[in-house]
Design a protein around this ligand. Structure first.
Ligand code: ATP
Length: 572
């Protein structure tokens, strides 16, 4: 995984260096000056890519963070603080961090349009503040001093390319780190992310903080580019245009950020040359954003899709290496009852979904939980894993009550689950997902788990695998974390009959190979027979049977629950 990050980072660094050298050598002075702005805007777009593209939160105040960075840079320049532009820009970025965190706080509770209103409100408030103050050096026309080595316009272009490259490389590493994967997981499904033990507040606030830092840097770079700044450089309309372009191009991709920078910088130039009003640009950006939202695909993703069609199959990373890997020894958990549910009652308004049910899963066993549709099986899993606001009764893990713990805390304590519908972020690679799901797992162990489940190689993009395989990867991630208890909610959905039976065999072997106990919800009775040593049956929110699979599945009460009146009619 580390190897892949280094390769990706090197690739990015090399082609950016080639681009910089070609531009510096062949572009005329005026165009070089314009292209410098492209990459400064590209930095701002990269910052928005973190918060919006990667984490799925709307930020309409990104240029306000840039404004903070620019203001601090201008101030430090005015007072000739030692260190020069590099230090001032970094301090400007740091100054934007607390602002980013404060703006990020409402994101812990708000989503979508509500978060958009809050961030837009901040941008409007920032506009008002800027209208009453001036940028340091604005009235005295004090120019922000560029670093001595990069003073000329060509030099400053190379300086900007250096900064852009450093940020792009850092983001390559970040996007393949657990933090980067957790942002994508949060964007895709907050519930699934919490079930993996990810702290949602931490993921959201870190995204806002790092995004504000990079945006603050872009403001400082702009100060060095223009020399003096005015409030209009950072107003609300700039933030809105940035958001629209980021949505259109996919600013969390290095190429997308550059394409967005080109549009924002060169479009006004083009409009000026053909004599059209500048507002036409905003209309175009808005239409592009609507197009990307309605097709669900940004320009970068379209390029990637078309590019992958042209790529030879051998480069796509679908095949796992043939070398066989060995699973680590099973985890050692407490003996006795791993999971104990007593008197569990759940109501949805007038519907009693669960009525004082009892359930227990001994350690290192597989227990099936079956019942007709609406019997209360998923509700039981939701209650155990902390996804219901309230329930009556108690849930104990290795004898310890879980009441009062959030979903994240329960997952960290060792109750892990999969979902009826797969909730893996498609932008992740298989190995990144397993690492995200299983915490501090070693690369060799990731390979071994994937091999054991017959899943694609770690480098395979989730988006490229079919629904049945995604479910298998989902289960592999939960199993790889080797918790005391794992709850699998219909893991065979989307699999063929043969695949389901094979999965049944694998699930039966989980306690021995990984040390975990399993509570398995399934409708496929052949799979249940293969996997489980005991079965509990629910009907209408009550426990109606428990025991060995053959005895339970052969009992009249269970058959009646499944076939209802049909059986009564046959008996009559
Ligand atoms: N959010 C909800 N609001 C209201 N009622 C709900 C809600 N979720 C579940 N129910 C009701 O609670 C009962 C149990 O539902 P649950 O989804 O737990 O059943 P299940 O056994 O998992 O069914 P299936 O096999 O179809 O997934 C059903 O009557 C269902 O309609």
């Amino acid at each position: 995984m580390k190897h892949a990050s280094i390769k990706a980072a090197l690739r990015t660094a090399v082609w950016l260096a080639v681009l910089a050298a070609a531009a510096a050598l062949f572009l005329p002075k005026y165009w070089l000056f314009l292209i410098t702005a492209v990459f400064i805007v590209g930095v701002a777009l990269q910052s928005l890519g973190i918060v919006t593209g990667r984490t799925g939160m709307i930020s309409l105040c990104q240029m306000s963070f840039a404004g903070v960075g620019a203001w601090v840079t201008g101030y430090l320049n005015l007072y000739e603080v030692p260190g020069g532009l590099v230090v001032w820009v970094l301090l400007g970025g740091l100054a934007a961090v607390p602002v980013g965190i404060v703006i990020g706080l409402p994101a812990l509770r708000l989503r979508g349009i509500n978060l958009a209103i809050v961030t837009l409100g901040f941008a409007a408030a920032f506009d008002t503040i800027l209208a009453t103050i001036t940028y340091p050096g604005q009235t005295t026309f004090t120019q922000v001093v560029r670093p001595a080595l990069f003073e000329s316009d060509k030099g400053y272009f190379l300086f900007i390319m250096l900064v852009y490259g450093l940020i792009a490389v850092a983001l390559e590493f970040l996007s393949r780190s657990r933090l980067g994967a957790s942002w994508l997981a949060v964007r895709h499904s907050e519930r699934a992310a919490a079930a993996q033990g990810i702290s949602i507040p931490m993921a959201k606030l870190s995204a806002f903080a790092i995004s504000a830092f990079i945006s603050g840097i872009s403001g400082g770079l702009l100060a060095g580019y223009l020399g003096t700044l005015v409030a209009e450089n950072f107003n609300m309309m700039q933030s809105l245009a940035l958001f629209a372009v980021a949505t259109m191009v996919g600013a969390h991709f290095t190429l997308g950020a550059i394409a967005g920078g080109l549009m924002i910088t060169l479009f006004p130039e083009l409009l000026r040359r053909i004599g059209l009003p500048q507002d036409v640009g905003n209309v175009f950006f808005a239409l592009g954003a609507v197009q990307a939202l309605s097709t669900g695909e940004t320009i970068s993703e379209t390029w990637a899709r078309l590019g992958s069609k042209l790529m030879p199959a051998r480069l796509k990373g679908q095949k796992r290496s043939t070398a066989t890997t060995t699973l680590a020894a099973p985890a050692v958990h407490a003996k006795g009852t791993a999971l104990e549910v007593s008197g569990l009652t759940v109501r949805y308004a007038n519907v009693v979904a669960l009525d004082k049910v009892e359930l227990s899963v001994p350690s290192r066993t597989v227990v099936g939980l079956i019942g007709p549709n609406g019997a209360g099986k998923s509700t039981t899993i939701d209650a155990i894993t902390g996804f219901l606001p309230r329930y009556e009764g108690s849930v104990r893990l290795d004898g310890r009550p879980l009441e009062g713990l959030s979903a994240t805390a329960r997952a960290r304590a060792g109750v892990r689950r999969s979902w009826q519908t797969t909730r893996i972020a498609p932008e992740l690679r298989v190995g990144e997902y397993i690492r995200l799901a299983a915490g501090g797992i070693k690369p060799g162990e990731i390979e071994a788990v994937l091999e054991w489940f017959d899943c694609p190689s770690p480098e395979t993009l989730i988006a490229t695998v079919d629904a049945g395989t995604r479910r298998l990867i989902d289960v592999a991630g939960v199993v790889a974390s080797r918790p005391p208890v794992l709850l699998l909610d219909e893991p065979a959905a989307g699999q063929s009959y043969a695949e389901a039976l094979k999965l049944g065999e694998r699930i039966a072997a989980i306690p021995e190979k990984f040390g975990s106990a399993v509570l398995l919800i399934e409708h496929d009775m052949d799979l249940v027979r293969r996997a489980c040593s005991a079965i509990t049956v629910f009907d209408f929110g009550r426990k109606i049977a428990h025991g060995a699979p053959d005895a339970v599945l052969g009992s009249v009460i269970v058959q009646k629950a499944y076939m209802g009146v049909e059986l009564e009619e046959q008996a009559a």
